[in-house]
Design a protein around this ligand. Structure first.
Ligand SMILES: Cc1ncc(COP(=O)(O)O)c(C=O)c1O
Length: 398
């Protein structure tokens, strides 16, 4: 049967082939991952888990799951290898948001307090936005960044002492510097008293998970109690989520995913996640991750050389934020995003610290190197693109 859908797919493929992709949360998966996600595993219902050891329950609720069971066990084993960890892993979250929902549900109740990075300073929607379940269900309090845009660890410590959160959350969608997981653990240790039992230290490493896997960013394993991630950003896998946790929290985390917040797992995506883990373990991937950071730094430095203001004055990872508010006060992030779209350069508008505009306008843009590094771009290509973006901004005459 003919389907109109294949026209949309062909046009989207052409767009992805032609455009310069600088959205920091996107990437291009391998043919193997595409094949796995489009495989017959999409037909299989597998509510439950293949393993009995952590849940203490019977595994699955349907018959015919023998190959799905093998696949899911293999996927879990591979992810533990990627992070060289004995943490429990649940590979079923349908997305990063589902992973965060279940992670909260596993250790706290609605109304309990979570301390997270504020959204205007780089936190994610699921870290306490008022329009998201996180902001509606939990008492969210926030730490921010200092005057240079770096995480304000002193503010974090003060907020822990003031609000006694049950979860301290680290991780962000738009933060270009190393997150000091070891320092956060130390801060938490210092704050614990007879009146304030140890909070859960949760890390959402969605953006940097690939860099952590390759040793390009410090690891939260061994420090955090619960770690969530997406698989589709720097990890370059299929769209989806993962939750890692201390082994003693496994039963709670598994129960929070199924039956707590999800039904049947997407086994075709779990197949893609397993290949993503295989790929993350290769030497090629380590070279890729190193180049992602190198390319991001090269492009960022070029913008600085041309007189642009970069939040924190640089980057340690796959992304950086251009703050246009001082250099181009009349140019919004949205205007620049739209103009670049016309020039086949794709990125997203982004709030900057002390943002004066709404999230739909913004005074900045976020730029990431993960996707184009997959396409083989080197520092030279990123530098040339920085110059091209500068030319486009100049031609806007704003
Ligand atoms: C830090 C962080 N956590 C969670 C998510 C949510 O992931 P998803 O879009 O898969 O729900 C994102 C997505 O951008 C993110 O940046």
């Amino acid at each position: 049967m003919e389907s109109k859908v294949f026209d949309f797919i062909a046009k989207e493929q052409e767009r992805q082939d032609k455009n310069v992709e600088l959205i920091a949360s996107e990437n291009f998966v391998s043919d193997n991952i595409l094949k796995a996600v489009g495989s017959c595993f999409t037909n299989k219902y597998c509510e439950g888990y293949p393993y009995v050891r952590t849940t203490g329950r019977t595994g699955r609720y349907y018959g015919g799951t023998m190959y799905a069971d093998e696949l899911e066990e293999y996927c879990c084993d591979m992810w533990r290898k990627v992070y060289n960890t004995d943490y429990h892993v649940n590979v079923q979250p349908h997305s990063g948001s589902q992973a965060n929902f279940a992670a909260y549900m596993s250790v706290i109740k609605p109304g309990d307090t979570i301390l997270a990075m504020s959204l205007e300073n780089g936190g994610h929607l699921t870290h306490g936005s008022a329009v998201n379940f996180s902001g509606k269900l939990y008492n969210m309090v926030f730490y921010g960044v200092d005057e240079n845009g770096f995480i304000d660890y002193e503010d974090m410590e003060n907020k822990i002492k003031e609000f006694h959160p049950m979860v301290v959350l680290a991780g962000a969608s738009a933060y270009s510097r190393i997150i000091k997981f070891d320092l956060i653990k130390e801060i938490i240790d210092r704050c614990v008293t007879d009146d304030y039992p140890r909070p859960y230290f949760m890390v959402d490493m969605a953006h940097i998970a690939g860099l952590v896997a390759a040793g390009e960013h410090p690891s939260p394993f061994g420090l955090a109690d619960i770690i969530t991630t997406t698989t589709h950003k720097t990890l370059r896998g299929p769209r989806g989520g993962l939750i890692f946790c201390r082994p003693d929290l496994a039963k709670k985390v598994d129960g929070a995913i199924f039956p707590g917040t999800q039904g049947g797992p997407l086994m075709h995506v779990i197949a893609g996640k397993a290949i993503c883990a295989e790929e993350a373990l290769t030497d090629d991937y380590k070279v890729y991750a190193r180049n992602v950071v190198k390319n991001s730094k090269a492009m960022c430095d070029e913008f600085i050389k041309m007189g642009y203001h970069v939040v924190t004055g640089g980057t340690d990872n796959h992304l950086f934020l251009l703050d246009l508010s001082a250099t181009h006060p009349n140019l919004t992030g949205k205007m620049l995003q739209d103009e670049l779209d016309k020039n086949h350069i794709t990125l997203n508008k982004n709030c900057v610290p002390n943002e004066k505009r709404s999230p739909s306008e913004t005074s900045g843009v976020r730029i990431g190197s993960a996707a184009m590094t997959t396409k083989g771009w080197t520092e030279k290509d990123f530098i040339e693109t920085a110059r091209k973006i500068d030319q486009i901004i100049k031609s806007m005459n704003i």
